[in-house]
Design a protein around this ligand. Structure first.
Ligand SMILES: [Zn+2]
Length: 383
């Protein structure tokens, strides 16, 4: 291997531009959502929408709350659909997408409906606790939210993901055998490996560990399975198995629980403050929903670098697990290079971009870690 002494591979101007535009798309989407919520709160519009929702919901509280959420989401979608479409066009412009316009529209509709269903459950739950236990609602709402979150994490691979993609059990005997061997060495077992038909929509490759308990599984995109060598796929599998062995999904749920608790506590504080300031008559006035949303939006923005740092820590752990489980480091390195090229990823993003936006360490860092690990292994005396 001579890569170690080579200078770091630089990114093409194309990769730089693509990632910069994607970042700005994300920032614009976030900024628009933020401004939308603020405008609703500082103008009489939220109260006006609430009154309209009451008329649509025949004065029934729960039904009117649902109508209010529906109005909020429809207007919100109207504001950001242009950005969504730009994102769709961008993927085609950089030849990263295979998705037809009709399929994209269909995905948008399905995504909206899924958001509406999940959003309604959460919102109805929150305002139910506010009305029943005005003092401790935030603690109860948090507990119920977390139950829902865990149930959803378990159901996602069998209920949510199939709404957008097709999955089938992997029928490759060689890969199955490799995974069983990897698992045996670690004293663990992943129940299922699934082929994820990503190629219907994208040229990018991806893999993930998903689910909880009986639904725990590794999903591998067909765009990866069909273009990578068995050794490269094994390296990817080993990385995903590393997430499983280190219990990263469970740990992330615990972290999520702590953050959500902070969020509900802050929401309660802000809502009380708003009622004291006579912005709303009482907590259960659902015209204050944009304020609740604003608390969660601001909190997730502030905590994004922290959560990304935590995610990168987990990714490094999973990478290290892969280094230790596979026979040779080279397939890991070549799989990373292939992924970077196929996904038009930035190998060397600027430091602050990586710090703020990236849930994974940059490819250049992951490659450097692999080579460093290989060096120390070769330097070890053979016992
Ligand atoms: Zn990972």
């Amino acid at each position: 291997m001579t890569e170690a002494s080579n200078p770091v591979q630089t990114d093409s101007p194309e990769a730089r531009r693509y990632n910069r535009i994607r970042r700005w798309l994300g920032i614009s989407d976030f900024g628009m959502g933020f401004v939308y919520l603020v405008v609703l709160l500082v103008t009489p519009w939220s109260a006006w929408l609430r009154d309209l929702a009451y008329r649509m919901g025949s004065q029934n509280y729960s039904l009117s709350l649902f109508m209010y959420l529906l109005l909020l989401l429809v207007i919100g979608k109207g504001l950001t659909i242009g950005l969504d479409y730009y994102g769709f066009r961008l993927e085609h412009q950089y030849k990263l997408s295979t998705q037809r316009f009709r399929s994209w529209i269909w995905d948008e509709i399905k995504g909206f409906l899924v958001g509406l269903v999940l959003g309604s459950v959460v919102v109805e739950l929150v305002y139910f606790t506010i009305r029943q236990w005005p003092q401790d609602w935030w603690l109860l709402a948090w507990a119920l939210f977390m139950v829902l979150f865990v149930v959803l994490a378990q159901l996602a691979p069998v209920l949510l993901f199939p709404i957008f993609y097709k999955f089938e059990p992997l029928d490759n005997e060689d890969l199955r055998r490799r995974l069983v061997m990897l698992g045996q060495r670690a004293g663990t077992r992943v129940r299922g490996v699934y082929r994820w038909r990503l190629s219907e929509k994208s040229k990018k490759a991806n893999a993930a560990l998903t689910g909880l308990g009986a639904t725990r599984r590794i999903i591998l995109a067909d765009t990866l399975l069909d273009n990578y060598t068995p050794e490269e796929i094994e390296a990817v599998l080993a990385h995903e198995l590393g997430h499983h062995v280190h219990r990263h999904i469970l740990k992330s749920i615990v972290v999520q629980a702590a953050i959500t608790l902070l969020g509900f506590w802050a929401a309660n504080w802000v809502l009380h403050y708003a009622v004291d300031q006579h912005m709303f008559e009482q907590l259960s006035d659902f015209a204050d929903l944009p304020l609740l949303a604003l608390v969660s939006v601001v909190l997730s923005f502030v905590l994004m670098p922290v959560l990304n740092a935590y995610s990168r820590f987990n990714e490094r752990q999973a990478d290290r697990y892969a280094f230790e489980s596979i026979a040779r480091i080279e397939p890991f390195i070549s799989s990373m290079n292939k992924l970077a090229e196929q996904n038009l990823a930035e190998r060397t993003p600027s430091k602050w971009v990586e710090w703020f936006f990236h849930s994974h360490p940059s490819i250049s860092r992951r490659l450097a870690a692999a080579e460093e690990w290989n060096r120390t292994q070769n330097a070890m005396p053979q016992l």
